[in-house]
Structure formats: C-alpha cells, structure tokens
Design a protein around this ligand. Structure first.
Ligand code: 4NP
Length: 159
C-alpha cells in the first residue's frame, strides 16, 4: 500500500483531534502499518498553537493506554489539502469550516466526518468536550476508538 496520510481536525486541536491522532497511531502501530500510514492533527483556530493537549484529555487517554504527543497547530489550507489523503473532521462546524477553506472544492472528496466511520455509535458529531465533565471525555474517546477502527478498515481495504 502507498503511504496514506490522515489528518484529524477539530476546533482547538487540544482535545478531540490529538486524541484521535493518538488512538489512530496506536492502531497503526499494532497493525504494523507505520510505514504505510502517517497520522497528524490540526485545529480550525490557532488559539492554542504550540500547546500540549488538554490535561483532562491526556489523563483520560492515558487510562486507555494512549500517549498523546502533539503540539497544537492551525490547519493550513495552503499545505494540508495537498499533503493529506484523508481530512477527518469531528463536528459539523469543523466540516463546514474546512470545506469553506477548500476554494473551488478541489479537495471535497477527501474531507470526511469522523462519525461516518463509527459502527457502534450512531451519533451525528464527536461533541466538543471542553465544557463537559469526565463522562464527556470518556464518551469522546469511545466514539473516537470506534471511528478509528472503521477508518483503518476504510484506508486499508477501501471499504
Ligand atoms: P477541541 O476542544 O476542538 O476538541 O480541541 C476545544 C478546545 C479549546 C477550545 C474549543 C474547543 N477553545 O475555544 O479554546
């Protein structure tokens, strides 16, 4: 398989998308696909640029065995649309914000919603956990694990 590049996108790039990145990297690792799949994340806003993930997300993810090694960055339409094969958004506003940056809709077919890869959770969005309690973070991780499994299948089999 050619190298496939996946970029997860949320709003701040400190909660949902770095968690998705950590989960996906762990799955890629477990499946021996490190040479075939590259994973990164970004936010639609630059407010947290350079920050490590939210400490609440770091600790909930660590309890499931995921290490989140990421520094927040803002999505760069000039580089990221060309560089990545799959741009995976977390909620409807991330999806419309990224589509709005895609002038001329040249990259429309590579912009996805994470929930469309989830098989066990029938939800419309991966909700922003920033103002939620611990159960909000656990719920995000549940949906992200489900979505990452589906996404890996899609990327490896095209299913
Ligand atoms: P994320 O959560 O999009 O999952 O990283 C957020 C983090 C920070 C903010 C919003 C959402 N914020 O506005 O600072």
């Amino acid at each position: 398989m050619d190298n496939k590049k996946i970029l997860f996108v949320c709003l701040g790039n400190i909660c949902r998308s770095p968690a998705a990145e950590g989960i996906m990297k762990s799955l890629v690792n477990k499946n021996g696909l490190n040479k075939s799949i590259t994973v990164d994340s970004a936010g639609t806003i630059g407010y947290h640029t350079g920050d490590t993930p939210d400490p609440r997300m770091i600790s909930h993810a660590a309890k499931r065995g995921y290490q989140l090694n990421h520094k927040a960055r803002k999505f760069d339409p000039l580089k990221d649309f060309d560089k990545f094969d799959y741009i995976i958004t977390m909620d409807d506003s991330n999806f419309s914000d990224i589509n709005a940056l895609d002038k001329g809709s040249k990259h429309k077919q590579k912009i996805y919603k994470m929930v469309n890869f989830a098989k066990n959770y029938d939800v419309d969005e991966v909700p922003d956990p920033y103002y939620l309690g611990p159960e909000g973070f656990e719920n995000v991780l549940d949906v992200l694990e489900d979505g990452c499994n589906g996404l890996l299948e899609h990327v490896t089999n095209g299913s």
